[in-house]
Design a protein around this ligand. Structure first.
Ligand code: SF4
Length: 456
């Protein structure tokens, strides 16, 4: 099934697409649904379930929900305004920018840590009450990955999602390859033709430029910002010192054949640290894995384009090819760490970036498939075990490792003939089955793995 570029590369507030972007959207939608009844609301209770309850505080879920309750969207929010401080200090909140209600983080959020709703592990229920404690509106939502949400009555439809009205539907890479061959199109051409059915070419270009600019801005900001990341781990930002050290070595002409690795590491760190600090980020395909696509993008801009093409089209080819790969994971597996572990986030981002880079480097359809397949094959089984529920350890370093892996996967594929034994479709199936068989302790609950064994 085809997912549009704006569904795959959504703009949101870090640090987690499933724990901040989705909940913020759900809260905003709940407030919008109050419509004419908002004046009667005196209280709002928010119940968080499963993974949202267990790691929501570390991931910033309550803050994101408050943004949504205030009626804010990721596009419009001005992070320089201290929305959260104001709510905390005044113990009140302007619901939907209309109705003032008392609001206390300690009382209004209820963390149901032992309850996993059967539909999805990222569940949340909003209950709006009037002055007599009567329910004005009650809705349950699920954050199903990549910032996508579904209401309780809609979640069954997630599997039978209504297809977008586009000329080229594909559920597998085999089908996508067939389309490419029959139509004499590249993977990127297929995505652009589909987007043309949804938006004007000008709007598509504008959107690609916008997400590319945010990615680049995250790198540029992240390499300079010093300090400690939010949360009890007190993790120091490492990107600025990495940058300084690289600059010095460059100026001193230090002979190091692996310089490029350090640059790619730096760019992935810069974005992942920006994400961990709650900046505006592009889901690629999620926020926890948002450093990989920008780092590989910067790699081809700085280092690879000498051997391939680089012009305005490069971003388009890179991002559209990656989007096609992501569509396949969303259709046949999951991009939610709470559902399939980190292989669904960092693993998918690695696969997307490898395919995108291969396309920019002139790889053919078979080589692109090979790159995407290698990018996932060596992330299979990757668990999600963030220490203290913060998207920091192992997440930040893991972005760097996966960006390097994506570059390598692309190089292996572009230097081969495209012939490979393991198809991308079989890797996606394997990833999903592996994810389903992982215990809940390893799926964004911070109950197992590093989260259990590392005491900080
Ligand atoms: S371990 Fe991976 S999936 Fe889990 S929060 Fe970190 S980046 Fe996301």
């Amino acid at each position: 099934m085809y997912y549009s570029l704006s569904e795959i590369f959504a703009i949101g507030i870090g640090p987690s697409s499933s724990h901040t972007v989705g909940p913020m959207k759900a809260a905003k939608r709940f407030v919008d649904n109050l419509k004419g009844k908002i004046d009667s609301v005196q209280d709002v209770k928010i119940y968080l379930y499963g993974s949202l309850a267990l790691t929501g505080v570390g991931h910033g879920t309550p803050n994101a929900i408050v943004y949504g309750l205030l009626g804010l969207t990721a596009d419009k929010i001005d992070l320089k305004q201290n929305y959260i401080e104001r709510v905390k200090n005044s113990k009140s909140l302007l619901l939907g920018d209309k109705q003032n209600i008392n609001f206390d983080f300690e009382k209004n959020f209820i963390f149901e840590k032992k309850t996993f709703l059967k539909e999805h592990s990222n569940g949340m229920k909003f209950v709006a009450l009037d002055g007599q404690n009567n329910i004005v509106l009650e809705e349950t939502y699920f954050s199903v990955g990549g910032g996508t949400i579904a209401r309780l009555d809609e979640i069954a439809h997630r599997i039978e999602r209504q297809p977008l009205d586009v000329p080229f539907q594909f559920d597998s890479f085999a089908q996508l390859k067939c389309i490419c061959e029959k139509q004499n199109m590249s993977v990127s051409d297929v995505v652009l033709a589909n987007e043309r059915a949804l938006y004007s070419d000008e709007d598509t270009k504008k959107y690609i430029r916008k997400i590319s600019q945010i990615m680049q801005q995250n790198i540029n900001d992240g390499v300079h910002k010093q300090g400690i990341l939010p949360g009890s781990l007190k993790v120091r930002r490492r990107a600025p010192e990495m940058y300084e050290s690289l600059q010095k070595r460059f100026e001193n002409n230090v002979d190091d054949g692996l310089f490029i690795l350090d640059w790619v590491n730096l760019w992935a760190f810069a974005v992942a640290e920006e994400n961990a600090s709650g900046s505006k980020i592009v889901t690629a395909p999620t926020m926890g894995s948002a450093g990989i696509m920008p780092a590989v993008m910067r790699y081809y801009q700085r280092f690879a384009h000498k051997k391939a093409f680089y012009d305005d089209m490069a971003d388009i080819v890179y991002l559209t090819t990656a989007a096609a790969i992501c569509s396949l994971y969303r259709t046949n597996a999951s991009i939610s760490g709470a559902e399939v572990g980190c292989q669904g986030e960092v693993g998918v981002a690695c696969s997307m970036a490898a395919a995108g880079l291969c396309a920019v480097m002139g790889g053919n359809t078979a080589q692109i498939e090979n790159a995407a397949e290698i990018g996932m094959e060596h992330n299979l089984g990757l668990t999600c075990d963030p220490i203290k529920g913060l998207v920091q350890i192992p997440c930040i370093e893991r972005n760097a490792m996966a960006a390097i892996k994506a570059v390598n996967a692309s190089r292996l594929a572009t230097r081969g003939t495209g012939e490979h034994k393991v198809s991308l479709d079989s890797i996606i199936k394997t990833m999903y089955e592996t994810g389903l068989s992982l215990q809940n302790d390893y799926k964004e609950t911070s109950l197992g793995g590093l989260a259990k064994n590392v005491v900080c």
